[in-house]
Design a protein around this ligand. Structure first.
Ligand SMILES: Cc1ncc(COP(=O)(O)O)c(C=O)c1O
Length: 387
């Protein structure tokens, strides 16, 4: 980010609300994370957290976990080397698997016996190309396979000369506490050790979605707090297994801000409201139920008059009482046309919102590359999709 971004100028030029991504931040973030990785681990960006960052990161020496045909199309469109793609996703058709196979992606993830059959079918067509796979072990939900199904798939794949088992995939959730991670690692290593001996597999990597937590509501600048990652790295650094660590939120969170305009101010002595042109459809901080927790925001006032701060509720444009962004935040004389800048919005906000409700336009997405601003997406009307 430039030293002082002129959000008012950006707002008048591009309209509000908008997301403001930092390319430099995204690249730095990946480098800072890789610096703290142990030697036996490689980084994989789960692009679902923020697909826009994929283009910024495509030349980094990392893998990209791609979870749908649409995400695969993004990678193709930006010219990503297929050898960096882990084609994942719980729902895959034969066509999806054939497409990934034909593209020669680095790895295809198998989450069911059906996926395995699709891959065997796809692999029939070409014998020279050796396709790597990882098999996802279920954590007790619809994702991945039971131990029994997984063993069946391994037996079948071992007979297919054009498929190579790279490892086992395991992901159970996001914003994980270290305690959970420290229980999962020995569990999955023990499982893989048994698989190796049961099936005579020489190498077996562990592709692990660590779900590292990002604290959106702390008073500190979390961008510089790598304690969760450092603790995790220590846990795996002496392992005999090689790891691929899939991270989404932990990479993307600090890489974007969201700028929204105050459209109305009202209330009485008891309840004061700021109504904004955005809302919960654009803002998604994990763990923030009904605006009860306060993320880091900056108030950019039009009037420079000083007045004591009073508590306000920040509510959005969705015409539902659920659209409370922040229940209680002290603001000093908020006024129509003021801007609110939300920090750490980079993960799971830009692509995960309920964007069609009330036919509000999609926010613009701007990119800051060392002070140079470009438009990745203009404000886009959605009413045309609801007719
Ligand atoms: C398989 C897989 N890997 C990685 C991730 C990324 O998780 P996080 O954003 O917590 O890092 C997800 C998120 O849903 C996932 O499903």
């Amino acid at each position: 980010m430039p030293a002082k971004t002129d959000y008012a100028k950006l707002a008048s030029e591009y309209g509000t609300p908008f997301y403001f991504l930092s390319k430099t931040e995204a690249k730095n973030r990946v480098r800072e994370i890789k610096k703290r990785f142990p030697k036996n681990a490689k980084l994989c960006y789960a692009i679902k957290a923020n697909a826009f960052l994929t283009a910024f990161l495509k030349d980094e020496d990392i893998l990209f976990e791609v979870c749908s045909p649409g995400e695969l199309s993004i990678c193709e469109k930006i010219g990503m080397n297929p050898n960096k793609i882990v084609f994942s996703g719980v729902v895959k058709t034969l066509e999806d698997v054939k497409r990934a196979y034909a593209l020669k992606v680095n790895t295809i993830t198998l989450e069911s016996k059906a996926h395995c059959e699709y891959l065997l079918e796809a692999a029939k067509s070409e014998s020279q190309h050796k396709q790597q796979v990882i098999l996802r072990l279920s954590g007790g939900n619809q994702f991945g396979m039971s131990e029994k199904d997984l063993a069946e798939c391994i037996s079948k794949i071992k007979k297919a000369p054009s498929i190579k088992i790279r490892g086992i995939h395991f992901f159970t959730g996001t914003q994980k506490k270290f305690k959970t991670i420290s229980e999962e690692i020995p569990y999955i290593e023990d499982y893989c050790t048994h698989l190796k001996s049961d099936f005579g597999l020489e190498n077996l990597e562990i592709e692990y979605g660590a779900g590292l937590p990002y604290d959106y509501f702390s008073n500190q600048d979390e961008k510089h707090n790598f304690s969760a990652l450092e603790e995790f790295s220590k846990l795996i650094e002496n392992s005999t297994f090689s790891y691929v660590i899939e991270l989404g939120r932990y990479i993307a969170s600090p890489c974007a801000k969201y700028v929204t305009k105050i459209i109305d101010v009202k209330g009485d002595e008891k309840n004061k409201y700021c109504l904004i042109d955005g809302g919960i459809n654009h803002i998604n901080y994990f763990g923030q139920m009904m605006g009860m927790k306060v993320p880091k925001i900056e108030h950019i006032s039009q009037i420079n008059a000083f007045s004591d701060a009073e508590n306000y509720t920040i509510a959005g444009s969705l015409c539902t009482t659920a659209d409370i962004v922040i229940r209680k935040i002290p603001l000093s004389a908020p006024t129509i046309e003021d801007l609110l800048v939300f920090n750490d919005i980079g993960a799971y906000s830009i692509t995960e919102g309920i964007y069609l409700f009330l036919s509000h336009p999609l926010p613009a997405v701007l990119c800051d590359d060392n002070g140079e601003v470009s438009v990745l997406r203009k404000i886009t009307e959605t009413y045309t999709l609801n007719i």
